[in-house]
Design a protein around this ligand. Structure first.
Ligand code: NOJ
Length: 501
């Protein structure tokens, strides 16, 4: 098994619109990101993954791509993207971009051509009659065009699905991959990776989709050390592992871990299942606590139901902020200690809570509108980051960020947290540094432990203990490298993780 960089990498997810605004228009951009590269270097991450940065009408935050070979002007230019890649590489940070092969934008040249000319519709999924499929964002998955035909959109109507039975679509995406790999990107995150190939009766996880990724793997192998990462929400672990066979994708997001409640038995079950799923195919697991689609961990872990489910992304559910914060710290050290890759979604390292009280008229997520407001959508985890200062926009740039930041975030700015040794930011900085030295790729061995306690030793000799019970428990002998909260006479209090060597 080759030990390449991505097997144990800590990958920081940049939601560009909300990271840092370099030109003062209220929307994050490449200039802002470039100016904050030293922050990411100091945080100690190995790579960044950027959500889609292509020209887009932003009907779904950029997942409606109008041109796969360009940069959204609000974010910058292709030249700036190239400079960003070079600057990240100078700092030894790899760059991963998002590729969206399931669907396009109604503003793409191909779709405009299809609308104008019924003979040019085979690149998309047009039918004379719709079936009963519902969009993942709510409402019907079909929209009728003026001449009477219907096109399929598994997401918003602005996101028409491609027809992967058409060889031209295959050629186009292989070319798009080369376009970016030639520009030095180190990997791609593949959006909705299990949905591409469809039949008239099914659209998830159809066998021919694997041919697509075998081809993409060949393309990636034409380059050095590039990584293909699948966004795969599949319940069946055996089916999931098929995407990670040695001639397909390199890794995939672990959504079972992300959705798992703060419960020792459930966590143990998910960790074991993850390891058992990945081992036969030789792919490294990944550990993910949050991303731009899910409720922020600090808020989720403070609720009585600490699991995450898409339909269940409710607002206004009571959450104990101190408990949530404490558990999010413990979860962070647990995730960092597990063998494989790690994802950190921007703002997770600042302990940002979900913003639940955004004014309805500012909500942009199509999930909100398409569910008639029943689903609050994902804007609450996408609020621009607080960098510094005492009042909004907290150093984000400009004067009015595209989503308003809570006043209370003055305590959560990167600047104020850097000055506080016990802050979430310093926990992440310290943890990621130690992780680089002692953790990452490898194996684990479970240790006997008290009830509601998870304890394992890594192949490198570091032991990780997480206490999910209500009593303080003793720690094994050794030096405590790091703990997510204060110890009590050397013992581990509830909702706390410690690393011991
Ligand atoms: C998954 C992405 O993470 C999400 O943000 C997006 O809305 C859907 N795919 C559709 O592209």
């Amino acid at each position: 098994m080759s030990h390449t960089w991505w097997r144990g990498a800590a990958i920081y997810q940049v939601y560009l619109r909300s990271f840092a605004d370099g030109n003062g228009d209220g929307v994050g951009d490449l200039a802002g990101l470039r100016s904050r590269l030293p922050y990411l270097k100091d945080l100690g991450v190995d790579a960044v993954w950027l959500n889609p940065w292509y020209p887009s009408p932003m009907a779904d935050g950029g997942y409606d791509v109008a041109d796969y070979r360009g940069i959204e002007p609000v974010f910058g230019t292709l030249g700036e993207a190239e400079r960003f890649i070079a600057e990240a590489h100078e700092l030894d940070i790899k760059v991963i971009i998002d590729v969206v092969p399931n669907h396009s934008s109604t503003e793409s040249d191909w779709f405009k051509e299809a609308l104008a000319n019924p003979a040019a519709r085979d690149r998309f999924w047009f039918r004379d009659e719709p079936n009963d499929w519902q969009s993942i964002f709510g409402g019907p998955a079909w929209t009728q065009v003026p001449d009477g035909q219907w096109y399929l959109h598994l997401f918003a109507p602005e996101q028409p699905d491609f027809n992967w039975d058409n060889p031209e679509v295959h050629r186009e995406f292989e070319d798009v991959l080369r376009f970016w790999l030639d520009r030095g990107v180190d990997g791609v995150r593949i959006d909705s990776a299990a949905l591409l190939v469809k039949s008239d009766t099914a659209y998830e996880d159809l066998d021919p989709v694997h041919d697509v990724y075998r081809r993409w793997r060949q393309v990636a192998e034409e380059y050095d050390e590039r990584v293909l990462i699948g966004e795969l929400w599949l319940a069946d672990q055996e089916r999931f592992a098929r995407y990670l066979r040695p001639d397909e994708l390199h890794t995939a997001f672990n959504f079972d871990f992300l959705a798992c409640p703060w419960d020792p038995d459930e966590l143990r079950r998910v960790i074991d299942l993850t390891l058992a799923t990945h081992a036969p195919v030789g792919a490294p697991p990944t550990w993910v606590l949050s991303n731009h689609d899910v409720t922020r961990p600090v808020t989720r872990y403070g609720r009585s139901d600490t699991s995450f489910a898409h339909g269940g992304a409710l607002h206004g559910v009571p959450s104990d902020p101190e408990l949530g914060y404490r558990r999010a710290r413990a979860a962070a050290l647990l995730a960092m200690a597990l063998p494989g890759g790690l994802y950190v979604y921007q703002g997770e390292e600042l302990g940002l809570p979900e913003v639940e009280d955004l004014p309805d008229e500012l909500r942009q997520d199509p999930m909100y509108a398409r569910s008639g407001g029943a689903n609050p959508g994902r804007d609450g985890c996408r609020v621009p980051l607080p960098w510094s200062g005492d009042e909004p926009p907290f150093g984000f740039g400009g004067s009015r960020p595209w989503l308003p930041q809570p006043e209370s975030w003055r305590k959560l700015t990167a600047e104020s947290q850097l000055a506080d040794l016990d802050s979430m930011l310093n926990l992440y900085r310290h943890g990621l540094r130690l992780r680089r030295e002692h953790l990452g790729d490898g194996t684990l061995t479970w240790l006997p432990a008290a009830e509601r306690v998870l304890a394992f030793t890594r192949d490198t000799g570091v032991t990780c203990v997480t206490n999910l019970g209500t009593e303080t428990v003793p720690l094994p002998d050794g030096v405590v490298l790091l703990a997510s909260g204060g110890l009590e006479d050397g013992a581990l209090p509830p909702d706390t993780t410690a690393w011991v060597r």
